[in-house]
Write a protein that binds this ligand. Sequence first.
Ligand code: MN
Length: 202
Amino acid sequence: MYELPKLSYEYGALEPHIDTRTMEIHHGKHHAGYTSKFNAAIDGTDLADQKLEDILAQVSKHSTAVRNNGGGFFNHSLFWEVMSPNGSGLPDAAGKLGHAITEDFGSFDSFKDQFSAAAGSRFGSGWAWLVVTENGHLAVTSTPNQDNPLMDVADVQGTPILGLDVWEHAYYLNYQNRRPDYVGAFFSVVNWDEVEKRFNQA
Ligand code: MN
C-alpha cells in the first residue's frame, strides 16, 4: 500500500511563493486523494506487487484510474521534494547538472525560458518537466492531467528530475489566473540539490 509522503518542511515554509492554505489542501487533500484512489485501483490485482515505475512504464495497458492516480501519486511525491524553503536559485554551476543544462540549453536562462514556456502553454491541467532522456540528454516537456514522462503514453519519455504542477489547484488561491507569476515564483523555491541528486541517479 502506498502512503502519503510526509513533507520535509512545514506547509507555510514556501511562503510567500506558495501559500500555506494551498499547500494544506494540495498535500492533505489532493495528494492524499490520489494516494487512496491508487491503492484502491491496484488492491487485489497483480499491480499491487509491481514497482511504481514499472506500472507507469506500461500504463497504456492499465485502467484510467491507475493512470490518473498512479501518476498523481508519483508526480506530487516528486514535486514536494524538488521544492525547499532554502532554494538556492540556481544549480551549482560547477556541478554535473549545471554543466548539462549549459550544454543542452545553451544557458540556465534559456532552460528557464523553455521550462516556463512549457508550463505556461500546457492547456488546462498538467505538468512541466525537466527530464533525462534515454540518450542521457536533458529535455523540457509537458504532460496533460497526471501523466508523466515515465509513462509509455508520453510524447517525450525519460526520467523526470524536476516537475511543476500547473493544475489550477496548485496556484489558484494565491495567483488566480496568473499562472506565469506562479511559474516565476516556483524558481525561488526549487531545491536544486535534490534535482542534481536525481540527475546523477538517472
Ligand atoms: Mn496537484
